[in-house]
Design a protein around this ligand. Structure first.
Ligand code: SAM
Length: 306
């Protein structure tokens, strides 16, 4: 399946029977696992990745006899974990309003020629290049340049640089590009919301852009009963001052008493021992550690000292 020619799947509403078809599953499997953001993080969530943490969160809320109203999933990626958490809470009788956010949520498809399509972020970062029978994700591990994969990495770099030039020629950022508005064939389509359609048109879900390193949008202040930040705050991507800034920003989102989960899923196995996460409770002026999973979040200290 040419996923970049099948982007209409992203517009299907959550209650459509089409989401049960094998074509939809094929699209989801082909599209998201390859997309790496410009900061090196992956857009993809895998099914069941946060299942243990969902169950633990639900148990904490039930134990505290709290009926949460607003769940905020920050750094939602493609939203697959978000919908699973919503379902887990619903099963426990804890229906919530969800605000799901991420720094970058959209992509544009540039039809470079009859054979090649490119998916790019608004800032020109290339997410995926696709041709007949092949696709290329520009992501390279640092180690690739030092290993036998060196030549593949150099080739990838060359093709990505070419794609970047093609995209730039069509005028990124694309939102004001006339060809995009006219739906000009062979040119630009989008923006596409790069989020699972399982969240689309749900009356209980708002999906919106939100950068943890920017000042908090006024309408998000003090609204959340539960905040989750999973697989976002890696110490190799955020400096200590940035983590401190994020902790303050997150505290501003919480009502007093809100539960915060700062989670990390490290492995691919989905086993309990792969998680290093901390549940906090928001108190006036800061956060208190409630529970740890494994050895706790590796950035726990930043939140405990807000
Ligand atoms: C690996 S995904 C995590 C997806 C999901 N939370 C999960 O665990 O399945 C990491 C996400 O964090 C987002 N992210 C990175 N920096 C961010 C920031 N400063 N503010 C908001 N989101 C950010 C990235 O865009 C990416 O989608």
């Amino acid at each position: 399946m040419r996923v970049l020619r099948s982007m209409h799947w992203l517009a299907v509403p959550h209650d459509s029977p089409q989401l049960a078809t094998s074509e939809f599953k094929q699209f989801m499997q082909g599209c998201f696992p390859l997309l790496s953001n410009s900061d090196g993080s992956w857009k993809c969530s895998r099914a069941n990745r946060l299942r243990d943490l969902d169950e633990r969160l639900t148990a904490i809320l039930l134990k505290q006899e709290v009926q949460p109203r607003v769940f905020m999933d920050v750094g939602m990626g493609n939203g697959i974990s978000t919908i699973e958490t919503i379902h887990c809470l619903e099963r426990a009788g804890l229906a919530v309003q969800t605000i799901a956010t991420d720094r970058n949520l959209v992509g544009y498809v540039v039809r470079v020629n009859r054979h090649v399509d490119v998916l790019a972020e608004e800032n020109g970062h290339i997410l995926l290049i696709e041709g007949p029978g092949w696709d290329l994700s520009p992501y390279c591990e640092r180690g690739d340049y030092l290993s036998r994969r060196f030549f593949v990495s150099v080739l990838k770099q060359g093709i990505t640089a070419w794609a970047r030039r093609q995209v730039a020629k069509r005028g990124l950022p694309l939102s004001s590009h006339p060809a995009a508005e006219a739906g000009h064939p062979g040119s630009v389509e989008g923006p596409f919301l790069l989020v699972t359609p399982e969240l689309k048109n749900r009356p209980d879900v708002v999906v919106r852009p939100d950068d943890l390193l920017e000042p908090l949008p006024a309408d998000l202040a003090g609204v959340a009963d539960v905040v989750r930040i999973a697989n976002v705050l890696r110490p190799d991507r955020f400096t200590p001052p940035q983590l401190q800034q994020v902790a303050v920003n997150v505290r501003q989102r919480c009502r007093d008493g809100a539960i915060l989960l700062v989670g990390r899923h490290k492995g691919k196995t989905g086993e309990r021992h792969d998680t290093g996460s901390t549940f906090f409770q928001a108190e006036p002026g800061g956060f208190r550690v409630l529970e740890r999973v494994g050895s706790g979040s590796e950035v726990e200290r930043c939140f405990a000292s807000v």
